[in-house]
Structure formats: C-alpha cells, structure tokens
Design a protein around this ligand. Structure first.
Ligand code: FE
Length: 333
C-alpha cells in the first residue's frame, strides 16, 4: 500500500512537470506479488541504473485499469500468470506486439504469443499429486486415466472457475476434441471424493489429511507447502510421459500498447528472458525457467525431470470460452 501511494505521488509530480519523464525508467503493473518480483527489478536496476516502478494487484483489476487508462496509462509492462490471461490481455488490445530477436532466441515458441504481444518467463506444471500411503506411483499414468472407475470417491479437483483448470481443459479439447474431453471431465466429476476446492493448497492438504487420494495442482503450491511441512504426505507424479507430456503453463509479460517508455520496457523484458535473469525469476516462486538453457533451482530440480506438453499455450486463450462452457456442462463446479 505504502509503496503504491509513493508511486502515485511520484506519478502526480511527473504529470505536473509536464511531458518531462525520465527517459530511462519502466513502470510495471504486476499480478506477481511484491516479494516474487522486487528482487528481479532490483537486480536490473543494479545492473543498468534504470529504475523500475511497479504496483501489484490481481489480474482483473490491473487489466481493467489498463483499459480505462487507455493512451494515458503510465504502465509500460504487464506481468501476470497463465497464458489464458495473457491471451485475454492481448485480445483487449492492451499489449503491443513486439519483434525481438532476443526473446525469440531465449523462449521457445510454444511459450510466446505468435504476434509477439507477450512472452512466458517461467513455467509451472499442472500435474498429478497423490498420497504415497494410499496410491502406488505405478497405478498412475495419465490425466485421462483418472477417469477410470478405480478412482471413484478418491479424486480431488480445484474449482473450474480458476483459469488454471480452464487452460488445462482448453489443451485437452485441442488434443482430444470437445466430445471426448467432455466425457473425460464428466468421469472426473463422478470420481470426486468431495466438493471442489477454492485453491490448490487446500487440495494438497486434503490429500495429506486423507480426504482424497489423488488430484491435480500447480507444482509451486506443492513446493511451498512441502517447504513449510517437510513431512507432507503427498507426492508429485508426472503423467502422460509416453504420449504428449505434462501440462505446463506460464507466468509472463508484455509491453503495453501505450507504454510511455516502450523501448526501455522492451529492454527490461528482453533481459528477463536471459540466462542472467531467468534463474532468479523462476526460483523466487519455485518455477521452471522458460529459457531452456537455464537449469531449475535445486529445490525444483529435486522433483525430478519430465517431458512437458509442447502444445502452443495460445490455445489456452483461444479455447478458454469453449473450455469454460464445457466444464459447466460436464458438472465441474
Ligand atoms: Fe497460482
């Protein structure tokens, strides 16, 4: 709060001073919280001398604000999570398509917008989590296999309102078609042990507590909980290793359409994809670097390596509306 007050005071002063704005500064709207982003900006400022001002808020208010501010926005960059959200921001016209050889060299194409309007910066797997007490790893194989009768009354799911599940469903539709995906999701719903959870952490805790045996979560939630609770009775499993791979999603960013410091913002974004920045950015939230040349942190690497689905994540946005309706029809609350 204090930070944003100072920030707006500074903006007001800048506005009063007329068009005189520091050529070299970057203003960021970020859905990634302070402690997960500030060390990255501090490192950039230390290296380049370019100050980075930022405010943090949830994805929806930041997007609404960018739209409302239009050409007058002070924001140069938007940082948020999930390709579905970034795609949405691009559709709303608040992101500027970029041509960047640096980003194209550092980030694989499936983790970027084909227009250059956004790029992934870190990856998280939405994978299977299970109880090692009640499930043998050998009983697990794929997301699809969780539709089998043997999981009846044993599966936990997070709410379908969360974009993470909408993106997972969008990629299932792209892979299997709508009819097969709807059948699959109906079967998941009929295997539920209990009502859907509001967040991934509660789901992992339910497995630990014996309320269910298996579920699907983002890896960093597992990492956080495991850090707090080293005796956690839950483990990660990498599904679909003999076919398309584990569903991954990303956190990412784009330069805004009306960025007052577009060039400086592009330089910051490019730097964030480099080997120098990727390890720090990813490790702050126990994520995987989106730049494949950069190794994951030791605590993330300890979960083991896996094959990730190479599907272009733009699909998460393109099929988001379809996925949401399908989940609703299939009874996923
Ligand atoms: Fe999250």
């Amino acid at each position: 709060m204090q930070l944003s007050k100072r920030f707006f005071a500074a903006l007001t002063l800048t506005a009063l001073a007329g068009a005189v704005q520091a050529a070299d500064e970057v203003v960021v709207y970020t859905a990634r919280i302070d402690e997960l982003i500030k060390p990255v900006f501090d490192a950039y400022t230390a290296k380049t001398g370019v100050p980075v001002k930022f405010i943090t808020d949830k994805e929806a208010p930041l997007l609404a604000r960018l739209k409302a501010e239009g050409e007058n926005t002070p924001a140069d960059m938007l940082i948020t999570v999930d390709a579905g959200n970034l795609w949405q921001a691009e559709q709303e016209g608040v992101l500027k398509p970029l041509q960047s050889q640096v980003i194209e060299a550092n980030i694989p194409p499936q983790y970027r917008s084909s227009t250059g309007a956004w790029t992934g910066l870190s990856l998280r797997a939405r994978t299977i989590v299970y109880s090692p007490e009640r499930v043998k790893a050998g009983e697990l194989s794929s997301y699809e296999a969780l539709a089998e009768k043997s999981w009846e009354g044993r599966l936990c799911l997070r709410s379908s309102k969360k974009v993470y599940n909408q993106s997972l469903t969008a990629t299932l539709i792209e892979t299997h078609g709508a009819a097969k995906t709807e059948e699959l999701i109906k079967a998941w719903v009929s295997n539920l042990a209990t009502d859907v959870f509001a967040d991934d952490t509660a789901l992992i805790q339910a497995i630990d507590a014996g309320q269910c045996d298996v579920g699907m979560v983002n890896t960093y939630y597992f990492g956080r909980l495991h850090k707090q609770q080293p005796d956690l009775k839950a483990k990660l499993f990498w599904p679909n290793q003999s076919d398309r791979g584990v569903h991954v999603n990303l956190s990412g960013a784009g330069v805004t359409q009306h960025a007052p410091h577009a060039e400086a913002a592009q330089k910051l974004l490019e730097w964030m994809t480099t080997e120098e920045a990727q390890g720090l950015f990813a490790s702050l939230n126990q994520e995987f670097p989106a730049n494949p040349k950069v190794p994951a942190s030791a605590e993330v690497a300890a979960w083991g390596s896996f094959k990730a689905d190479a599907i272009p994540l733009e699909v998460a946005g393109k099929r988001q509306a379809e996925a949401t309706m399908l989940m609703d029809r299939a009874g996923w609350n």
